[in-house]
Every structure is written in C-alpha cells, then in structure tokens.
Design a protein around this ligand. Structure first.
Ligand SMILES: CC(C)(COP(=O)(O)OP(=O)(O)OC[C@H]1O[C@@H](n2cnc3c(N)ncnc32)[C@H](O)[C@@H]1OP(=O)(O)O)[C@@H](O)C(=O)NCCC(=O)NCCS
Length: 376
C-alpha cells in the first residue's frame, strides 16, 4: 500500500514530455526550451504549437497554425446568443467555465476523443475563449460588441475586441508574453483535474471545464486577483512594510508568494517583474510596481529562508492592471493561456491512457448498527 501524502505532495501521477520544473533551481522548460528563451523570442501561438507537436514549427507550419486559430475567432450564433443571455452580474470565471462547457452542447460530436478531433476541438476553445470574454465584458458594461479581427494575433485581437482599438505593440507584446509564461506548468491542480477527467475517456469540453473550475481557486490561479486587491488596500508605498508585517503576525498568507514546487524564485515571476516595471513606468502606475517591490523586500527578509518567493501571480497582477484589464478578468486571462497547456496534457494522456483512480485511507468507524429513525 502506497504512503498517504496530504495534498498529494511528492506523488508522481503521470509521465510527461511537456514541461519540466526544477523547483530548487528555479527552472521551467517547455519541451526542453527554457521559459526565458520562449518569453524573449516566441509567441503564444508558436508556444502552443510546440506543446501540441513536441517541436517548434517551420515557417509555413506556423503560418498555417495561425490561420487555423484566426479562422475560429468568431463565435457561432448559438454561443454568441448565450453570452448575451448571461446575467450581467456573473463572475467572468463562472461565465467562461459555463461557455466552454456549452461548446460541447453545440458540438455535433462532442465525445470524439481521437487525436484529430481533440486537436480540432481544442483549437476552437483556444481561439474562442478571448472572444467569449471580450463579448461578455461589453455585454455587462452595455457597450457595443467589437467582432474579432482575423488579421491580428490572439493577444492583439483580444485587446482590440476589449478596447475597440488596436493595442500598441508594447501592450500586445506584454499580453503575449504573459500568455507564453502561463501556458503550461507540470501537473498543477487544474492540469491534474483535466488529465483525471479525460482519463475516464470523457471528452475535451468536460476536462477543460473541470480545469477552469480548479484554476478559479485562490490557492491556484485566483491568486492574481488577490494580489491586486492587496495592492489596492495599501494606501502608499511606505505603508507596504507595516501592512505585510501585520498580515504575517496574524499568520495570513500573502497572495502571490509561495509555491508547492518552487522553493526558489519562480522563473516566470522573474520575467513578469521586468515586464511589470516597464509597463508601470509607461502607464503612470509606478506606485503599484514600487509597492510590489517593497512587499517583495519584506517577504525576502521574513520568508526567503523558508523557500517562499514571489510566484507567477505576484507581478502578473501589476502587468494585467497596466494593460488595462479589469480585476475580474485577471484569472480568465490565465484560462486563455492555460487552455494551450491543458489541451496538450489531454492529448498526451489520451495517447497512453490509464484511468486515474487513487486510493483513500479510510479513518471512519466500522460495524455500526443502523439506528431506526424513531430512536435517533
Ligand atoms: C501556493 C501555496 C498554496 C502552496 O501551498 P503548500 O505547498 O500547501 O504550502 P503550505 O500552505 O503548507 O505552506 C508551507 C509553509 O509556508 C507558509 N507560507 C506558504 N505560502 C505563504 C504565503 N504566501 N505567505 C506567507 N506564508 C506562506 C505557510 O504558512 C506554511 O508555514 P508553516 O510551516 O509555518 O505552517 C501557498 O504558498 C499559498 O497559499 N500561497 C498564496 C496563494 C498563491 O499565491 N497561490 C498561487 C500559487 S501559483
């Protein structure tokens, strides 16, 4: 009988060739390529191709992949109608989870799990999550919907649909880098959820819907919103130290810090920090970056010895704010990027599947007599 490990820490539940993490040295690689190389030279679309195919595309392959994604930006009439029927008070994470699930309802063959079908369906989800979010944003604000522009990359098109004007190259690049950094990350909780669901030979939509539900949690992808809320509670840069010390004294966890795997600096946070600093200067949000840097300084003094460093969510909060995203679209942006990684894991799981079915250590009573209701 295997040993019980609370939170499944240290348990190896799958083999993967997709992403490699060394939590002690702060290394993250996709198909062997260090994340910094991809953040500096690749694009989100190319990174997804890399994960789905196990290698970088040639020029014509990338062009064809880009075309396939762009040709699917537009929502079907049914899904567009559904977006406009959503309550305006809904939380975008609940909305996007529902809409991805709904794609399965309108698919004539939702349960097909052969490789070409899964890739085809995954491409649609990848291309349409930004459109769903932009449409919902306009719907709830009562502003006119901006249809997608197929001449634009996924990141450019999202910002275009959201704001009604083409983004500056700096903004589009910043969002694209965020998506690259968020695409995949080993067997994190949401990826585990996706692999677990598809291991029953269920369907892509069900696996992705489960993954979105997992990502929403404040201990997982929801932490970026927690970071932004914390930054807005701190009135000035100089107030950051006392604020954090007070939280630590109360044994509160500081959002955006700590990680199950990284016990050194999260390599994604390293890139986001540089991006956040530049964007904060460019957009008049220097205070936000300064507060973040001050918090990092306090945490470094107090918690680095315990292996607690900024994680991917810490500087993505400032980055998303500077890009102009509303707070409750921060975690949905994580969904847009992670659909690439989740789908890669679903494809990998199906290629060599065995049902996920762990054991449980029963700690309850035995041989209990059934008490009739009149005697309870
Ligand atoms: C990510 C996270 C869930 C990892 O959890 P975990 O591996 O189960 O680690 P634990 O929660 O058991 O924490 C281990 C120790 O570090 C401390 N710690 C972990 N994260 C901390 C944080 N963000 N702030 C302060 N202390 C923290 C815990 O209090 C605990 O201390 P103790 O040993 O004195 O009890 C956790 O670090 C966390 O909640 N972080 C904040 C939320 C967040 O940013 N999530 C996004 C992750 S990408």
């Amino acid at each position: 009988m295997a040993q019980y490990s609370k939170g499944l820490e240290g348990v190896i539940a799958a083999e993967t060739k997709l992403s490699f993490i060394d939590g002690e040295k702060g290394i993250l690689e996709y198909i062997g390529i260090p994340i910094g190389e991809l953040a500096s030279h690749s694009t989100f679309e190319e990174t997804v191709y890399l994960l789905w195919n196990g290698r970088l595309p040639k020029k014509d392959e990338l062009a064809a992949f880009n075309d396939q994604i762009r040709s699917r930006y537009a929502l079907s009439k049914d899904i567009a109608k559904l977006v406009l029927e959503m309550p305006k008070t809904g939380e975008p994470m609940h909305v996007i989870r529902t809409l991805v699930s709904a794609l399965g309802v309108f698919d004539s063959k939702p349960n097909a799990i052969d490789l070409p079908s899964v890739r085809d369906k995954a491409l649609t989800v990848l291309a349409q999550t930004p459109t769903m979010l932009a449409y919902y944003q306009h719907h709830r604000k009562g502003t006119p919907i901006v249809p997608p522009d197929t001449s634009l990359s996924l990141a450019e098109n999202f910002l275009y649909m959201l704001n009604g004007k083409k983004p500056t190259p700096t903004m589009a690049k910043a969002l694209d880098v965020c998506l690259v950094l968020h695409t995949d990350h080993g067997l994190n909780n949401s990826t585990f959820s996706a692999r677990s669901v598809i291991s029953t030979e269920s369907d892509l939509y069900s696996a992705l819907t489960a993954a979105i539900g997992s990502l929403r949690g404040p201990l997982h992808g929801g932490a970026n919103e927690g970071v932004m809320k914390m930054l807005s509670q701190i009135p000035t840069v100089d107030a950051a130290e006392a604020f954090i010390q007070d939280k630590l004294a109360k044994k509160d966890k500081i959002p955006g810090f700590g990680h199950r795997v990284y016990k050194s600096y999260d390599p994604r946070a390293k890139y986001l920090k540089v991006l956040a600093k530049q964007l904060a200067e460019d957009t008049g949000n220097k205070d936000l970056y300064e507060k973040s840097a001050r918090i990092e300084g306090v945490m470094e003094r107090e918690k680095a010895a315990k292996g607690i460093y900024p994680n991917v969510d810490f500087y993505s909060a400032t980055t998303y704010h500077c890009i102009g995203l509303p707070l409750d679209l921060f975690t949905p942006m994580f969904v847009v990027g992670r659909v690439g990684g989740w789908s890669a894991h679903i494809i990998e799981q199906l290629a060599d599947n065995r049902l996920f079915r762990p054991s449980v250590d029963y700690t309850g009573p035995h041989d209990v007599r059934y008490t009739p209701i009149s005697e309870r």
